[in-house]
Design a protein around this ligand. Structure first.
Ligand code: TA6
Length: 300
C-alpha cells in the first residue's frame, strides 16, 4: 500500500520532530523506528515485544547543525579528529550535521526500508565540508523489522582517488553497562584511546567488560554480541565491509563533562560501532563504491 500524495507507505510518516527537525517515523506490527533527516540519524528502533534497543540521551540537543547524542550517528568522511590535521572541527565529519534526502520508502510485510542520500552538492559551501572537497554520493538504507539493518554505500563520483573514514556510531540501550559484556573480540588487537595522547596498542583478552571509561578501536571484521545480563537480553551485531569495531562508554567524568549527556546516564548505554577508521580507512578509485553494513538482532 502506498500513500499516493506523498508516495510513502501508510506505515511511514514524515513529521516535525524534536526541535522542529524533520523526522521519518515508521510503525508496523513488526517494529517501530525513527530517522531524523539531519544526519540520516536513526534515533529509535523497537521490535514488537521488545524494549527499545537504541539509546538517546535525555539531554540530547535537537537543533540544526548540532550532533544528536545517541541513536546511530553516521561518522563520515572522518572519524574523531580525522587522520590528518585541518579536518576537525567538527569531530566525526559533517555527514551527521547536515540534511539528507529521503529518496525511497518501501514496506515489505511490515519490514520498512528507507533510502536516504547525501552528495557533495548537498554540502557545497558548508564550512564543515571545506576540508574534504571531494565529489561523492552517499546512500544509506535502513530497514526497520524484527532486525534493524543499516547499509552505508559511498561512491567516488570524482575523477581522482579518494580516501575516507566511516563509522556507524551506534548507541545501544543496556540496563547496566557494569553488568554488560561484549562477546566476540577475544584476541583482537585494539587501540586504547583512554591511554592519553597516544593510544596504546593492546590485545583483547576474553569478553569486553566495563569498569571505567572505555574507548577502544578494535581491528576486527567479525560479529559481536552485546550481553546485557541484568536485563537477560542480548543484541547481536553482525557486519560486512568493516575492519574496525569501536567500543565506547564515557563513564562518570566524561559523561559529566558533556552538556548533552546526563550525568547519571552512562550506565544505560554502550556504543558498539561498525567502522573503517585510521589505517583501515576506505580508498576508492574514480567510479568505485564501497558498502558497510550492520545488522542488529535482539534475543532474550
Ligand atoms: O567513538 C568513540 C568516540 O570517538 C569517543 O572518543 C567520544 O569522542 C565519542 O566518540 C563521542 O564523540 P562525539 O563527537 O559524538 O561527542
Amino acid at each position: 500500500m502506498s500513500n499516493a500524495a506523498t508516495d510513502l507507505p501508510d506505515s511511514v510518516t514524515l513529521a516535525e520532530g524534536e526541535g522542529g527537525l524533520p523526522v521519518v517515523r515508521v510503525a508496523t506490527a513488526v517494529a517501530t523506528g525513527e530517522v531524523y533527516l539531519q544526519g540520516a540519524q536513526v534515533t529509535a528502533w523497537t521490535p514488537a515485544g521488545s524494549d527499545p534497543v537504541i539509546w538517546v540521551s535525555g539531554a540530547a540537543r535537537f537543533a540544526v547543525g548540532e550532533a544528536i547524542r545517541g541513536g546511530i550517528p553516521i561518522c563520515f568522511p572522518w572519524f574523531g579528529a580525522g587522520r590528518e590535521p585541518g579536518l576537525a572541527p567538527p569531530a566525526h565529519g559533517f555527514a551527521r550535521l547536515v540534511g539528507w534526502r529521503l529518496i525511497d520508502a518501501t514496506d515489505d510485510a511490515g519490514a520498512v526500508t528507507l533510502t536516504l542520500r547525501l552528495t557533495d552538492a548537498d554540502v557545497a559551501g558548508l564550512p564543515a565540508a571545506a576540508a574534504w572537497p571531494h565529489p561523492f554520493t552517499a546512500t544509506y538504507r535502513v530497514t526497520f523489522g524484527r532486525e534493524l539493518a543499516v547499509a552505508l554505500t559511498v561512491e567516488n563520483t570524482g575523477d581522482a582517488g579518494v580516501s575516507f573514514e566511516e563509522a556507524l556510531h551506534t548507541y545501544l540501550a543496556v540496563s547496566d553497562v557494569r553488568a554488560t559484556a561484549v562477546v566476540g573480540l577475544n584476541g583482537a588487537p585494539y587501540l586504547d584511546k583512554t591511554a592519553g595522547a597516544t593510544p596504546e596498542r593492546m590485545t583483547q583478552r576474553g569478553d569486553v567488560t566495563f569498569g571505567g571509561e572505555t574507548d577502544r578501536v578494535y581491528g576486527s571484521v567479525g560479529s559481536v554480541v552485546v550481553r546485557d545480563d541484568a536485563a537477560g537480553r542480548s543484541v547481536g551485531v553482525t557486519k560486512e565491509g568493516s575492519a574496525n569495531t569501536v567500543v565506547w562508554n564515557p563513564w562518570v567524568e566524561k559523561a559529566a563533562a558533556m552538556a548533552d549527556f546526563g550525568d547519571d546516564e552512562w550506565p544505560m548505554m554502550v556504543c558498539v560501532e561498525t567502522a573503517n577508521v585510521l589505517d583501515d580507512a576506505v580508498v576508492l578509485a574514480p567510479g568505485e563504491r564501497h558498502t558497510m553494513t550492520a545488522r542488529y538482532t535482539v534475543t532474550r
